[in-house]
Design a protein around this ligand. Structure first.
Ligand code: URA
Length: 238
């Protein structure tokens, strides 16, 4: 192995994105050859012993990309202090440290990618990546054409105006509507907040696509491997 900056090494090992690794280092959670390292400049080479939270970190040769249909009531994280179920608990038989690519809310279901490829994770979660993500929601009431136009112009939220988004009414459920919303950002609870802002709060929310990847008929709690061609298409999309 060539010499690598510690944060890049941690990302390549799948510990987190490079930016996430910087934070982990700053928090004093990383040791190199038995010494806690909190500076960024340090390089590691073959034979160095690196640990995070006391666990040895090794470069994993096989890169895994998993597409999970996240059920409601599961956290999009690796572990939870309060013992709640996490998405990685649903993936059995993979000998690698997997991390969710971005997050879905606790109650949101649908397409969530997991990977041990830190560089891929950093790329697709970076705000500049702006990949389209589509969600299906059941909302209170029925949005109008004016609401559709407001989405197309961007919705003013507490943390600023969103990028132009797409809102489609695709069906009805009693007095409520089934809508599809496509956004290019990944702000916290963004779809819920956008729909709330136009007066149509969300009853349930499911992500059905992430760029060219689709959830299809994968059942909640089930997962599949994403093929390298699918990953290549996804990263070339924009
Ligand atoms: N937008 C939301 O409001 N929630 C999610 O889980 C994802 C996008």
């Amino acid at each position: 192995m060539e010499e690598l900056r510690l944060q890049k090494y941690l990302a390549q090992c799948g510990v987190s994105s490079r930016r996430g690794a910087e934070q982990i280092i700053q928090e004093g959670r990383v040791t190199v050859n038995g010494t806690v390292v909190t500076e960024m400049g340090i390089k590691v080479k073959k034979g160095d012993k690196v640990t995070v939270d006391g666990q040895i970190v090794k470069q994993e040769k096989i890169k895994y990309y998993i597409l999970l249909n996240k059920p409601a009531g599961v956290l999009s994280s690796v572990k939870d202090d309060r013992g709640r179920e996490c998405v990685v608990d649903l993936i059995e038989g993979i000998d690698a440290r997997l991390y969710p690519v971005g997050r879905l809310d606790y109650d949101t279901t649908g397409l969530l990618l997991l990977t041990n490829d830190g560089d891929f994770m950093q790329r697709v979660t970076h705000p500049s990546f702006e990949i389209w993500k589509t969600y299906q929601a059941v909302v209170k009431g029925v949005p109008t054409e004016t609401d559709v136009k407001r989405f197309a112009e961007g919705i003013m939220l507490d943390d600023g105006k969103t990028l132009p988004a797409v809102l489609d009414v695709v069906g009805y459920k009693g007095n409520n509507a089934i809508v599809e919303v496509s956004i290019r950002e990944g702000r916290n609870r963004q779809v819920r907040r956008m729909l709330e802002r136009i007066g149509h709060p969300v009853n349930s929310l499911k992500r059905i696509s992430f760029g060219s990847l689709e959830l299809g008929d994968l059942k909640p709690g089930k997962w599949r491997h994403v093929q390298p061609e699918e990953i290549a298409r996804l990263t070339e999309e924009r």
